[in-house]
Design a protein around this ligand. Structure first.
Ligand SMILES: NC(=O)c1ccc[n+]([C@@H]2O[C@H](COP(=O)([O-])OP(=O)(O)OC[C@H]3O[C@@H](n4cnc5c(N)ncnc54)[C@H](O)[C@@H]3O)[C@@H](O)[C@H]2O)c1
Length: 270
C-alpha cells in the first residue's frame, strides 16, 4: 500500500511527537517527507533527531512534498495553512484550532474542493457525543477550564487586565465569555474551546470559563452539554506536557490518534 506523505509545520512539542510517531508507530503507513519551522534551528534539530535531512525553507516547499500537512505551529498561521491547502488541493490536520474560529467560509470552500481538514479533539473528551447531539437540538455547551498559573503565563488577556497569575492566592475565575473572546485572550491555551464550538453550537453560543489556582497541577477541562438527546458531562484531567506546560499530554496523543485514524481502515467512534 502507498504510504501517506506527511509534512509538519511547527517543530515544537507537538511537532516532535508527531514526527516520532511517523517514524515509529505509523512507519508502515506514513512517510514523513518534510519539516518546516519559522525557527529553522527547530526543524533542523528535529531532522537530526529522526536522522533524516528533510528540513525545508518554506511552507510552499512543504506543501509540494506532502499529501497531508500537519499544522502544529501557532494560531497566527493555521488559517493561512488551510488557505494554502485549498490552493494546492492538499489535506490538513490543524492543531492551532483557535486560528480557524469563525472561518466557516474557508471551511466550506475546502469542502467544495473535497479537501479534508482534520481537527483532533485535543485535551478534551465528549466531542464524539457533541457531534452526534448536534444532529438534534442542543440547548447549551459550557466549557470550564482549570489550569495551573504557569500554563496561562503570557496570555494577552492577563496583560490587558494587568493580572499576575503568580500572585493569585486560592482559586480564581479569570475569564468568562465565549470561545471568540477566549481565543483572543488566551490564544495558546484554549484550543479546546474552538474545537467545541466547531463541533457544537458555534463560537457565539458556547460558554467558556477559565479558572486558576496555585494549588492546581493539571489542566482540567469539564464540558456540560444539554439538549434534546439528554445531557453530557465530561471531566478530563490532563497532565501538562513536560516540554510545554500550555500543552496537555492528551492533546499530543489525540493528534497522533487522529493521524492513525486517517491511515487505518477501521474507524471506531463517532
Ligand atoms: N488542538 C489542541 O488540542 C491543542 C493542544 C495543545 C496545543 N495546541 C496548539 O498547537 C500548537 C503547537 O503547540 P506546541 O505545544 O507544539 O507549541 P511549541 O511552542 O512547543 O511549538 C510550536 C513550534 O511552532 C513554531 N512556529 C511558530 N509560529 C510558526 C510559523 N508561523 N510558521 C512555522 N513555525 C512556527 C515555533 O518556532 C515552534 O517550534 C500551538 O498553537 C498550540 O496552541 C493545540
Amino acid at each position: 500500500m502507498k504510504k501517506l506523505k506527511v509534512g509538519i509545520i511547527g517543530c515544537g512539542t507537538i511537532g516532535n511527537e508527531i514526527a516520532a510517531s511517523c517514524m515509529g508507530l505509523l512507519k508502515d503507513k506514513v512517510e514523513l517527507k518534510a519539516l518546516y519551522d519559522i525557527d529553522r534551528k527547530k526543524a533542523e534539530g528535529l531532522s537530526r533527531l529522526i536522522k533524516r535531512d528533510i528540513t525545508v525553507d518554506s511552507m510552499d516547499m512543504l506543501f509540494d512534498k506532502a499529501d497531508l500537512i500537519v499544522e502544529s505551529a501557532s494560531a497566527g498561521i493555521s488559517r493561512k495553512v488551510v488557505e494554502k491547502a485549498v490552493e494546492k488541493s492538499k489535506d490538513v490536520m490543524i492543531m492551532s484550532i483557535g486560528g480557524l474560529i469563525q472561518s466557516e467560509g474557508l471551511l466550506k470552500e475546502a469542502g467544495k474542493k473535497n479537501i479534508r481538514v482534520y481537527f483532533p479533539s485535543g485535551a478534551v473528551c465528549g466531542i464524539d457525543g457533541l457531534k452526534a447531539a448536534r444532529l438534534s437540538g442542543i440547548e447549551s455547551v459550557t466549557l470550564t477550564t482549570r489550569k495551573p498559573p504557569g500554563g496561562l503565563e503570557g496570555a494577552p488577556y492577563l496583560k490587558e487586565k494587568n493580572i499576575n497569575v503568580h500572585s493569585i492566592k486560592g482559586e480564581k475565575v479569570l475569564f468568562r465569555g465565549n470561545p471568540l473572546e477566549a481565543v483572543k485572550g488566551f490564544p495558546k491555551n484554549i484550543n479546546v474551546a474552538s474545537v467545541l464550538s466547531l463541533a457544537g453550537i458555534g463560537a457565539k453560543k458556547t460558554k467558556v470559563r477559565i479558572i486558576t489556582s496555585p494549588g492546581y497541577t493539571k489542566n482540567v477541562h469539564e464540558i456540560e452539554i444539554t439538549g434534546d438527546f439528554g445531557s453530557i458531562r465530561t471531566r478530563t484531567e490532563n497532565v501538562p506536557s513536560r516540554k510545554n506546560p500550555k500543552t496537555s499530554a492528551l492533546a499530543i496523543l489525540s493528534a497522533i490518534a487522529t493521524l492513525k485514524g486517517i491511515v487505518e481502515s477501521i474507524k471506531i467512534g463517532t
